[in-house]
Design a protein around this ligand. Structure first.
Ligand code: IDP
Ligand code: MG
Length: 138
């Protein structure tokens, strides 16, 4: 079993989609092994998305991610990282497959409802960003 980091983003919380999204993830067979409700500081958001700091959308992304509460979660599944990326759909919800989380619940390219780690290495780093070993059930 592999683990990946998900974040239900502030747009989805504002739209009260968190319950529907969690249901969707459980229906897809993902196991939630850690979860929290938090409100990122600017410093946190800048660090979490540091890989994008040279991109033109970085400042807006940080502002969006700090615009309200979000829900980081650790999800477990076979090949969780790539499987979860399939479940959430492409970054741009307009291009996402029918039935994916972003197709169903995203507002826009930026406000795209959910985050998913893009590699097993980044999943480990991102999980450690939010959770310690004692927060994650076995
Ligand atoms: P991902 O979330 O699908 O892995 P990334 O390229 O890692 O996509 O981008 C991180 C986040 O930055 C996206 O989920 C989205 O919220 C935002 N983003 C990505 N590209 C753009 C863009 O071109 N304009 C505005 N926001 C963007
Ligand atoms: Mg990414």
């Amino acid at each position: 079993m592999q683990r990946t980091l998900a974040i239900i983003k502030p747009d989805a919380i504002r739209n009260n989609y968190q319950g529907k999204i969690i249901d969707h993830l459980l229906d897809k067979g993902l196991r939630i092994v850690a979860a929290e409700l938090t409100w990122l500081t600017t410093e946190d958001a800048r660090e979490f998305y540091a890989v994008h700091k040279e991109r033109p959308f970085y400042d807006d992304l940080v502002e969006f991610m700090t615009s309200g509460p979000c829900m980081p979660m650790v999800l477990e599944h076979e090949n969780a990282v790539s499987y979860f990326r399939e479940v959430i759909g492409t970054t741009n919800p307009e291009e996402a497959d029918e039935g994916t989380v972003r197709k169903l619940y995203a507002e826009s390219l930026q406000n795209n409802a959910i985050h998913g780690s893009d590699s097993p290495e980044n999943a480990q780093k991102e999980i450690a960003f939010f959770f310690s070993a004692r927060d994650i059930i076995s």
